[in-house]
Design a protein around this ligand. Structure first.
Ligand SMILES: [Zn+2]
Length: 195
């Protein structure tokens, strides 16, 4: 079964007086396994439920919830998905069971030949990205490893969004740019990787 990536919500971030306004890009990966990646803020339940319905899925159909990292705009609705295994950064759990995880050893969590979760620390020290092969090519759903397409030209954009390890972030950004045809960033629309 071929995987499809649907953008459920396109994220954004902008500076406002006294802080930042931001919400994440939320994606659905549909195929042999169904995934939701980055579940927005706790105030966005209706958006998530409608977005799932639009692609013919319900909360019970989701096999894996992935939060690319543990910030509140990427984890807000994880508790809608109680049949799913939850991967939040380097942490893999189902109910009260916490599985041994491969990420700390710099190894991938492989779901099948077309779909894996890989460690891509930088924005936080335990960020992960989802790599999926589709008919369009290889798509990397990276969370805030990439803030949005424009940060390819202006690296202040991702640095100012907070980076716990800029050196690691540069390394993993370059790795993703080498392996992916498209990137779904943390706070912007999907973009194609310039060749
Ligand atoms: Zn974010």
């Amino acid at each position: 079964m071929v995987y499809e990536v649907h953008i459920l919500h396109t994220g954004y971030s902008r500076t406002v007086e006294g802080g930042t306004e931001a919400n994440c890009t939320c994606s659905i990966i549909k195929g042999k396994y169904n995934l939701i990646v980055d579940t927005m803020t706790p105030w966005d339940q209706e958006i998530i439920l409608k977005g799932l319905k639009d692609v013919g899925l319900s909360c019970e159909d989701i096999d894996y919830v992935i939060s690319t990292h543990g910030h509140s705009d990427h984890t807000g609705n994880n508790n809608l998905f109680l049949k799913a295994t939850h991967i939040v950064g380097f942490c893999i759990s189902y109910k009260n069971h916490y599985y041994d995880e491969p990420f700390s050893k710099n190894e991938p969590f492989i779901l099948d030949e077309e779909l894996k979760v890989i460690p891509t620390p930088g924005h936080t020290l335990s960020d992960v990205s989802v790599i999926v092969n589709t008919l369009k090519g290889t798509i990397a759903v990276t969370g805030d490893l990439f803030e949005r397409e424009e940060d390819l030209i202006d690296d202040n954009i991702w640095r100012n969004a907070g980076s716990e390890s800029p050196d690691n972030q540069i390394k993993h950004r370059n790795m993703i740019l080498t392996l992916a045809d498209y990137i779904v960033p943390g706070h912007g629309p999907m973009f194609s990787v310039p060749k």
